[in-house]
Structures are given as C-alpha cells and as structure tokens.
Ligand binder design. Structure first.
Ligand SMILES: [Zn+2]
Length: 312
C-alpha cells in the first residue's frame, strides 16, 4: 500500500511486487482548512483503497510525504501544507488501516528518500549498489542508497543534498547556511540568477523559461544553467568521494530541461570528481515520471520494513 502526500495532491495505490499499481486514487490537498481537514482527504484516500478487492492482500504500507519529516516520531511539517506542523501522520494512518481491518506495519519517508527508493527499485539507479538520487525543482532534495540499502538516517533526513555548501563564503541560504546547493541550483535560483544578469523573459519567467531560452542559445540563460550545473557537479562529486556512489540520478522539474542542465553538470564534474575511484561516476536523468511518489512510498516500505514472516 502506498500513500503519497504532497502540496497539491494526496494519492494512494495498491502496489504489486512487480511495480504495477491498482486502485489508484487521489484527492486535491485541501487548502484553507485545519489539520483535521487535511487528514480527512487522507482518510478518503484510505477508504478508496479499502474498497479494492486486493485490500486484504496488502502486507505493508509506505507513506511518502513532502518535508520536513521526522520519521523517528512519525510526524510531518510540509512547507506547502501549512495546516500540518508536527502532524502525527504515521500514527493516524496506521489507525485508519487498523479500523478497516488492515493492521499492517507502516513506514514514513520524506519525498527525496521515497524518490530514491523508486529509482533504485524500478528506475535509473536499478542495479547500482551505491547511488545518489536528487530532485531538482523549486527546491533541491535527495536520498542515498548505500550497499543496496536505503539510507534515510535516524530522522529520515539523510541525503539532504540541497543544503550542503558548495561555496563556503557564498550567499545566505533560506536554511541559514551559506552557499547551499539549493541556493545556486534550484529552479527558483536559476530564474533569479538569469533575471539578475539581465535576461528578458517572455511569457515564462520561471526556470522552464530560462531553459527554453538556453536551448535557443541565449548566453545569459546558458550561463545561469552553467552555474547551477557547476553547483550540482560539485555536490555530486563530494558525495561520491565521501561514500563511493557511482551514479547520480536527477529528476524534478528543472531536470526536465534535459541537456541544458546535464551537459554543464557532466562538463564540470571532471573538475571536482578527480580521484581514481570517482572518475567513472555517471550522472543520468531519473526514469520514473508522475507516479514516482507512489512507487517510492511502496519501495520505501519494502526496503525499510521487515519482510513477511519476520514481523511479530
Ligand atoms: Zn541551505
């Protein structure tokens, strides 16, 4: 069972061992309501799943959520769901499942960790024992697979590559740090950089607009993507040097720019990934699309919860 909670939608599905999904359902994330109002949409998603003939066969439940998350306490405080602060979503969903006759184990994962689990199970990181997966969109998130194990860390926040510094005397980041990857390579940062440097946007002043301009050879737009790609390359190389990841998978809206982003990343990588054991490091696009959140929630449940027969 997979439940994916984001700022725009709350989705659910029953995910089978081969990755196929049934009973797909979703609700818009409620706006202008309180914590219980948002939970009501989650309850509706669970009720839809419980109507499926496959419901009694579910053995575990993965919950993916926009962050911040604290998996040690089962709580979430999503930036884009203001009604939920330290909301005990894991306990609440477990109670909904039990009330519908499915008292199965649950696990909570942040969306970056869930995306990593998805790409390792069925996507571009498949078959790689050690991988870094990243989401580059309005923010920059990520997760790690080390020795074939998902590595969420004690509170579910390991792999927070958006907030490691690649410019120690760089600008302040929203997190309070300095020179963070996110402050240089997020879609927001790319658009801001291009505008600051004199780029004249057409109808689209976002990073997608900058990407379109870069694809036609606009030098300011190309420079903005080059700067973002350089920041990502430095972070990817640092990660590989630290823990010997041999692949970096990048998804998210900014990665949809394709070669406009990947070409500068690969070009700059050589300058940062210098030691012999990281020279083969590859950077590739994520391969799972719109359902990566649900696939990731299911994959996180499989990777983090005991297998059947091992549960008490
Ligand atoms: Zn930061």
């Amino acid at each position: 069972m997979a439940i994916d909670i984001g700022g725009t939608k709350i989705a659910g599905a029953l995910v089978h061992p081969d990755g196929t999904m049934t009973a797909l359902t979703r609700r818009p994330t409620p706006r202008g309501t309180d914590a219980e109002g948002v939970m009501a949409a989650v309850t509706e998603v669970v009720a839809d799943l419980a109507d499926s003939a496959s419901w009694p066969a579910a053995v575990r439940c993965g919950i993916g959520s926009a962050g911040p998350v604290d998996t040690s306490r089962g709580t979430v405080s999503p930036v884009n769901i203001g009604a939920w602060r330290d909301f005990p979503v894991q306990e609440r969903i477990a109670a909904e499942l039990a009330a519908r006759g499915a008292p199965i184990p649950t696990v909570l994962a942040g969306d970056g960790v869930a995306m990593t689990a998805a790409e390792h199970w069925l996507g571009a990181a498949r078959g790689h024992r050690n991988a870094l997966c990243m989401v580059v969109s309005t923010g920059v998130g990520g997760g790690l697979v080390l020795n074939n194990q998902l590595h969420p860390g004690p509170t579910g926040n390991a792999g927070h590559i958006g907030h490691i510094s690649v410019a120690f005397d760089g600008e302040r980041c929203a997190c309070g740090g300095r020179g963070c990857v996110e402050s240089l390579a997020s879609g927001t940062a790319i658009a801001r950089r291009a505008l600051d440097q004199g780029w004249t946007p057409g109808a689209d002043a976002t990073a997608a607009g900058v990407a379109a301009a870069a694809a036609t050879g606009d030098p300011i737009a190309l420079a903005a993507f080059d700067r973002a790609g350089r920041a990502l390359a430095a972070a990817i190389a640092a990660t590989a040097t630290l823990v010997e990841t041999d692949i970096a998978v990048i998804g998210g809206g900014v990665a949809a720019a394709g070669d406009v982003l990947f070409t500068p990343i690969r070009r700059h990588l050589a300058a940062y990934a210098t030691l012999s054991f990281v020279r083969e490091l590859r950077v590739v696009p994520a391969s799972l699309g719109g359902h990566a959140g649900l696939i990731g929630a299911a994959a996180a449940a499989t990777m983090l919860l005991p297998s059947e027969g091992a549960t008490a």
